[in-house]
Ligand binder design. Sequence first.
Ligand code: IPD
Ligand code: CA
Length: 268
Amino acid sequence: MPTDRELLELAVRLARQAGELVRSGRSRAGDQVDVKSSPTDVVTAMDRASEQLLVAELTRLRPSDGILGEEGAAHTGTTGVRWVLDPIDGTVNYLYGLPWYAVSVAAEVDGSVVAGVVYQPESRELFRAVRGEGAWLGDTRLRCTPGPILGQALVSTGFGYDAVRRADQAVVAAGLLPQVRDLRRLGSAALDLCQLAAGRVDAHYEAGLSYWDYAAGALIASEAGAVVDWLAGTPPAADCLVAAGPELHPALCAVLTGLRAQVKGTRA
Ligand code: IPD
Ligand code: CA
């Protein structure tokens, strides 16, 4: 069994490789675009190429590991290690030429994430964490802000692709906005969680995220001292992720609960 650090080293190499591929294909991002769960949920040829590269490298280097990827990779492994891949998080930004997109690679051992990397090709910032060993950006150890009070918190969020869910999310955002410093919707949950880790926002919440959106980013945020939890306290499948420093987290959860931010039962 590889050590967690060895898994991290591989995740770093893979995320950089896929990130450079994606960045080099940027001018052709609009050439081949398909839709997935809704007309606004897009997938580019580079999302697929990035996942193919990641899967090919993992299959070559660690053929018996499991893989779960946003664009369809799903292999059951035999080693206890599983890789959770978001080949481009922030695909809409990528398509429009906005720099806010990333490759996210997480390594699980026996069902828990032990290493995570989020690489933003345009800035070349690479966020990384190993469970129990902190979160890092280059040589800088990351620490989230502990507070501040809710009224001074800069909070990031995101919206799903389903129109009905978005309508719910807009109601929640409208209720939260007057109670905080401001809201940000940057367009990549993986990067949002890393901004929290770096103290560049004070919190992130979003209902209905997919596992690949946050697998690496949640480890990075929690290793930077954030509390990363689910509003309803239940397994993640369809709930609202809330991540913030330990002093802010309870107040933010209380307000989000009051605003009924958790995914409604009937929504996909
Ligand atoms: C999306 C981004 C976005 C979040 C959406 C995700 P994608 O992932 O993380 O910030 O609000 O819920 O689906 O589609 O760009 O990989
Ligand atoms: Ca994603």
